[in-house]
Design a protein around this ligand. Structure first.
Ligand code: NI
Length: 248
C-alpha cells in the first residue's frame, strides 16, 4: 500500500489497524559505468514495496537523495549534507508521528546514509514537537539495510562470491535490472573487478576508484538475480517489521 496513491481517508483507516510504516531511503549517486544514478533509491523502494505487500504495511514516499558527499567527483551525484539530511528525516518522522504513526522502519539503500540516519533518529526524539492534539507519544524509528540480512548475503555469495563488491555491487545492479528492465546498461569494465579499500573525500574517492566501482564486477548482474535478491531481502525485512510492530 503506497502512501502516494492513498487518499487521506485511506491513511486514516489504515491508522485504525496499524501504527507502522515503511520509509524507503536511497541516494542519488554514481554507480560505476553500468549502474544507474538512482540505484540506491530504486533498490530501497522496490524492496520496501514488496515488504509492504508481504506485511500489509503502508509505504511512505521514498527519500531519493541521501548523504553522498564522497561521490561528488562524479557528475550526476546529488548530496544532502549530513545536517540537511538530519532535518529532512526529522521532518518526515515528526509529520508521520503527528498523525499517529508509532513504528517507522526505514528501508535503506545506501551505506553512506547509515551514520546520518541514526543521528537523525536521536535528533527526532530530542526535538519531537507536541502541539495540541498531536500524537507524538512513543514513536520509534529503526533502520534496516536491505543488503545485510543473512538470506541476502548467502544469495550474493552464491551468485557472485568475492566479486560482488561494496559499491556498484553486482547485487544492487541486479536489483535495478529487475526493477527497471528498460534501463539496463552495458559498458566495458577495466579492470573486470574494481579495486577495494577505503577513501577520504570526493577527490580521493575518484583517484582511488576512477570508474566509480569499489571491489565489484557488476557484469555478473542479471535481472533474474535481482528478482531473487528482492524476494530474499523483502522476506527478511518483513520479519523485522513484524517484530518491530509487536515489540513492547
Ligand atoms: Ni549503491
Amino acid at each position: 500500500m503506497l502512501q502516494t496513491l492513498c487518499t487521506w481517508q485511506e491513511v486514516e483507516r489504515y491508522l485504525e489497524r496499524s501504527k507502522g510504516i515503511l520509509v524507503p531511503i536511497g541516494s542519488t549517486e554514481q554507480h560505476g559505468p553500468t549502474g544507474l544514478i538512482g540505484t540506491d533509491a530504486i533498490c530501497a523502494e522496490v524492496i520496501a514495496r514488496r515488504v509492504g505487500e508481504i506485511a500489509d504495511a503502508l509505504v511512505a514516499p521514498t527519500i531519493p537523495v541521501g548523504m553522498a558527499e564522497h561521490h561528488m567527483a562524479f557528475p550526476g551525484t546529488i548530496t544532502c549534507r549530513p545536517s540537511t539530511l538530519i532535518r529532512v528525516i526529522c521532518d518526515y518522522v515528526h509529520s508521520l508521528a503527528r498523525h499517529g504513526f508509532e513504528r517507522l522502519l526505514f528501508v535503506n539503500g545506501h551505506g553512506g546514509n547509515i551514520a546520518t540516519v541514526n543521528a537523525a533518529f536521536y535528533e527526532s526524539y530530542a526535538t519531537a514537537p507536541a502541539p495540541a492534539g498531536a500524537n507524538v507519544n512513543g514513536f520509534r524509528c529503526k533502520l534496516v539495510n536491505w543488503w545485510t540480512s543473512k538470506p541476502v548475503r548467502t544469495l550474493s555469495d552464491e551468485l557472485y562470491g568475492d566479486r560482488c563488491g561494496s559499491h556498484a555491487a553486482a547485487s544492487e545492479i541486479a536489483v535495478t535490472q529487475y526493477a527497471c528492465p528498460d534501463a539496463i546498461k552495458q559498458a566495458a569494465l577495466d579492470p573486470p573487478v574494481a579495486p577495494g579499500g577505503g577513501f577520504y573525500d570526493a577527490q580521493d574517492f575518484r583517484r582511488r576508484f576512477p570508474d566509480g566501482r569499489i571491489g565489484s564486477d557488476p557484469s555478473l548482474a542479471r535481472p533474474e538475480h535481482g528478482e531473487r535478491l528482492v524476494a530474499a531481502a523483502a522476506g527478511a525485512i518483513a520479519d523485522i517489521y513484524r517484530a518491530f510492530i509487536d515489540e513492547s
